[in-house]
Design a protein around this ligand. Structure first.
Ligand SMILES: [Cu+2]
Length: 698
């Protein structure tokens, strides 16, 4: 987050040319020390001011040096800054092992040990290290760079795994594929002669499909032709597949299973509604006195919440040091929380399709999983944050608007009651930290929402374009003829089948409720037989504490309900209950494909809604650091086999948010945003309702 400060004096943003003066004014007005890009409201205000008071421009020149200050790291968990990227880049280049062909597949902050972070104080030196994964002509290399001491900690080859695929590899491989005579012939046989609109993308295979994967960095994929439209999704050249060696830039084989009619349905969603829907009247939210939060040295302070966040190129927003001001005490809730992996397996038996199972966070970084937000993604009063991501050569790339932060009126009361004709109530609001992940065709909005009552809501909004295959059917065959060819998807346009699939997201939640040592407790509701009363059966609460990891693997069972609690057994409240935070599922799904399915084995974290592990700084990604592997699987199912103790120690919860997706016609040509969420909410953490003190409508 702190890297959002920039020296840039002028830049363009959504068609607005913003001067440093406008930015300066917005910073002063909104009291946002870390501001990267001012809100739309502010821009309007500033533009008006600039038109009305040109004389102020002269005065503002004097203020320039004050704005153009150096970017700075405030805290050990902050994102890597531009200067730190360059330090890493230079150290890599100085290594005798670096070649002109070495690609940086991943470059991430290496967090200092947790105990050091927790005892770190402002003014202490800030330890800074980076973990780098290099791809060098089929070789995977791990490097750790000590930025603070300007030295390599290690440089080592890793066998049996593959680095995430890079943009360079995708781009160059597409060009190689299109020039292959077999591909040229296959495209021509389908009537495609203008290759300028054809793109052939080899995609990494997360599980073994071809024997060549044992020794090669294999990309397998198809071609799309966007002739006549402005994006390629829904324009697949079906029946043509290429197996490529991405590291050596070679086409190994071309599989042509015969042409199917090229789908030509309307996909230009941006042009679909030439006339905006009438009756959509202005609905403005303004904060004339500025936002209600502050950011001080990278820490967000809003209502009673204190937290930091960084924009991580692999998993997006990582929220950390989440604490709640409870009277005089600043109480720990979560050390760190973030997305750890996504798993999207497709469900079609066709040989050109059944290999499609994506682990999007780990298999391609492509300049970062999260991509910029637009003006319609966040409200007008939102504050945007830039982030720095690595290029394929390890140089820093500044991405504007990678996150936004805004207060949001829920338009619902925090609590209310009607008594004797008197309505008592208080309005509520939330603070939303939003990013957007884009994985090829799909877009996800990823929200961390802080509520006034001490609850954190984590939400995923799925939108974008569903993935489609070309089919011979132009309409749904009559049932009597058998619809077997369409059982695995929905015909969204003639000759275009949107294939059934799942979406699973694993969130890593390092909850530290009133300190690192916690236990995982389940309050099960169990039937209780009673006699001699009007009732025969009621339910009671049976609490038990998970001793080891196997106890902490939990699924929703509607017939055996329970609450999943991270408790601090040594921190009882005034009535004796241990302080706790509950991870409360929303609508849930588990994978129903069998564990011996090779794709499912890679995304096996999706088999359970909750896993609990002891804290281990090397266990960050639910499917392992490398999701493209030649041998064993990795991640939660492997780590938990050790069945380590998890009682009264530093523990981490892993929550799986997921849904099956049988595509509807309403999901085409672009999908209305579908939200799923879960809560992290206090249970006996406070002694009473923490929002009694809310004011009436300000
Ligand atoms: Cu979907």
């Amino acid at each position: 987050m702190p890297d959002s400060k920039r020296k840039t004096r002028k830049f363009y943003h959504n068609g607005w040319r913003l001067s440093w003066f406008q930015i300066l004014i917005s910073m002063k007005k909104e009291n946002k020390a870390e501001l990267a890009i001012p809100s739309r409201q502010t821009r309007i205000f500033c533009t008006a001011l600039r038109l009305l008071l040109p004389g102020l421009m002269v005065l503002s020149t004097l203020a320039t040096p004050g704005f153009a200050e150096e970017e700075k790291t405030h805290h050990p968990l902050d994102a890597l800054t531009t200067q730190e990227y360059w330090t890493v880049h230079d150290i890599l280049r100085e290594s005798r092992n670096w070649t002109d062909k070495t690609l940086v597949a991943s470059l991430l902050l290496h967090e200092p040990p947790k105990d050091k972070v927790l005892t770190w104080k402002t003014g202490d030196s800030i330890p800074r290290e980076a973990d780098v994964i290099l791809e060098d002509q089929g070789k995977t290399i791990e490097v750790r760079v000590n930025i603070s001491e300007h030295k390599l900690e290690f440089w080592k080859d890793v066998s049996g795994v593959q680095a995430p695929i890079t943009q360079t590899e995708l781009d160059t491989m597409s060009d190689v594929v299109i020039r292959d005579p077999r591909v040229v012939a296959a495209l021509r046989s389908r009537g495609i002669t203008d290759f300028s609109s054809v793109r052939c993308e080899p995609i990494p295979l997360t599980f073994r499909v071809f024997p060549e994967q044992a020794d090669h960095r294999i990309g397998y994929g198809d071609c799309m032709d966007s002739h006549g439209v402005y994006h390629p999704w829904g324009r697949i050249v079906e029946g043509l597949y290429v197996v490529t060696d991405v590291a050596n830039q070679k086409v190994l084989s071309v599989i042509d299973r015969g042409a199917v009619p090229f789908p030509k349905g309307d996909i230009n969603f941006e042009e679909a509604a030439a006339t905006p829907r009438p009756g959509t009247q202005p609905l403005l939210v303004t904060q004339p006195l500025g936002s209600g939060y502050k950011i001080e040295n990278g820490e967000v302070v809003w209502q009673n919440w204190h937290f930091r966040f960084r924009l991580d190129p692999r998993v997006g927003a990582v929220v950390n040091l989440v604490r709640y001001q409870d009277g005089e005490k600043l109480r720990s809730v979560m050390y760190e929380g973030g997305l750890s992996e996504m798993y999207v397996p497709y469900m079609h038996p066709d040989p050109g399709w059944n290999w499609r199972a994506f682990l999007d966070a780990g298999e391609f970084l492509l300049g970062g999983l999260i991509k910029p937000l637009g003006a319609d993604d966040c409200p007008a009063h939102a504050q945007f944050f830039a982030g720095v991501v690595p290029s394929d050569r390890g140089t820093p790339v500044l991405e504007p608007q990678l996150a936004c932060l805004f207060e949001h009126a829920t338009d619902s009361p925090a609590w209310r009651h009607l008594e004797n004709g008197l309505i008592s109530a208080r309005p509520s609001r939330e603070l939303v930290l939003r990013t957007a992940a884009v994985a090829g065709n799909y877009d996800y909005l990823l929200d961390w929402i802080f509520q006034q009552d001490g609850t954190i809501r984590v939400a995923v909004g799925a939108t974008g374009i569903v993935e489609t295959m070309g089919v011979k059917e132009a309409s749904l065959p009559p049932m009597k003829e058998g619809a077997s060819g369409l059982a695995n998807g929905t015909l969204v346009a003639p000759n275009l089948l949107a294939v059934n699939h799942d979406h699973f997201f694993s969130y890593r939640l390092d909850l530290d409720v009133d300190g690192p040592n916690n236990s995982f407790m389940v309050d099960h509701l169990v039937p209780e037989q009673i006699s001699g009363q009007a009732r025969k059966n009621i339910w009671g609460v049976d609490s038990w504490i998970a001793k080891t990891e196997k106890d902490g693997i939990i699924d929703i069972d509607l017939h055996r309900p329970g609450m999943w609690l991270f408790v601090n057994p040594l921190h009882p409240g005034s009535l004796g209950y241990p302080s706790a935070y509950e991870v409360m599922p929303g609508q849930v799904t588990v994978s129903i494909t069998s564990p011996d399915d090779p794709a499912q084995a890679e995304g096996a974290f999706s088999e359970h809604q909750m896993w609990v592990t002891p804290y281990n700084p090397d266990e960050i990604y639910a499917a392992g650091t490398y999701v493209t592997r030649n041998k064993e699987i990795d991640g939660l199912p492997i780590w938990t086999q050790a069945n380590r103790p998890i009682e009264n120690t530093d523990i981490v919860g892993w929550y799986t948010l997921g849904f099956h997706h049988v595509v509807r016609l309403e999901d085409w040509p672009i999908m209305p945003t579908l939200w799923h969420e879960f809560l992290i909410r206090p249970v006996n953490f406070f002694d009473q309702n923490p929002v009694l003190t809310l004011p009436h409508q300000p």
